[in-house]
Design a protein around this ligand. Structure first.
Ligand SMILES: [Fe+2]
Ligand SMILES: [Fe+2]
Length: 243
């Protein structure tokens, strides 16, 4: 429901080519980061089958990073020099979140697979929406369609492997992963909202609290006599000295 309501805003977030290019470059960073985390997960797992799958997954994420980066740079090259957008609408048009700061050293394969499955599922859903929205940019649409095929595979293999390594706890792990994602989404929103509220409060302070003080200072200045003025005779005695 929320995703449906956000669609017009997402369209606006993708419509502007500078914002679009910077979003793709940001996606590239996150995909590359996810690839590195998967190499680390492959290092840590005792399961040879998972090691092979994690490494293949890492290669896919690395390739996605390259594809997103190439397209982002292509768009920017086709535009006159423009500064990066002040607001990228990151939480309105999120990319893949990968392992989203999961502590790999402390996480076993089953919870990791549950988390990965949910992350890939969300990425596949978001990328499908973006490729539908991008009717005005067929090249970028193709990029999302290509990446989407891999995300779909990642989503399926992580679910199958979770069922293999933890057949009894799989449902509970998926629910726990969902709650963890909701909590992380809330934290991201809270940080964003705190930033906005900080800016609003400072702006209100500037426009509502400062003017009365500035006005009072101006009035006080007007009451002060201009230039040199004589002082009272009793205050005009020589200051004298200590000795
Ligand atoms: Fe990816
Ligand atoms: Fe993926």
């Amino acid at each position: 429901m929320l995703r449906f309501l956000l669609r017009p805003i997402q369209y606006w977030a993708w419509r502007d080519p500078v914002r679009r290019a910077h979003r793709l470059l940001r996606f590239a960073e996150v995909e590359a980061d996810g690839g590195r985390d998967l190499v680390r997960a492959a290092d840590l797992t005792p399961d040879p089958r998972l090691r092979r799958l994690y490494l293949r997954h890492a290669r896919d994420e690395r390739r996605h990073a390259d594809i997103f980066q190439r397209r982002g740079v292509e768009i920017l090259r086709g535009l006159p020099a423009a500064p990066a957008p002040a607001w990228e609408a990151a939480w309105l048009a999120p990319g893949e979140r990968g392992l989203d700061d999961v502590a790999l050293e402390r996480t076993r394969d089953a919870p990791l697979l549950a988390f990965l499955h949910l992350s890939e599922q969300a990425a596949a859903r978001d990328f499908a929406v973006y490729s539908r929205l991008l009717s005005f940019d067929p090249e970028t649409r193709k990029v999302f369609e290509r990446v989407l095929r891999d995300e779909d595979y990642h989503m399926r293999y992580t679910r199958q492997e979770l069922a293999r390594v933890s057949p009894k706890q799989q449902t509970w792990l998926i629910w726990r992963g969902r709650l963890s994602r909701v909590w992380k989404a809330y934290l991201r929103f809270a940080v964003w909202f705190a930033g906005i509220m900080g800016a609003v409060i400072l702006t209100l302070q500037y426009f509502l609290l400062l003017p009365p003080f500035a006005l009072a200072a101006k009035r006080a200045e007007r009451r002060e006599p201009q230039g040199w003025s004589p002082i009272a005779a009793e205050r005009n005695r020589p200051a004298g000295g200590q000795y």
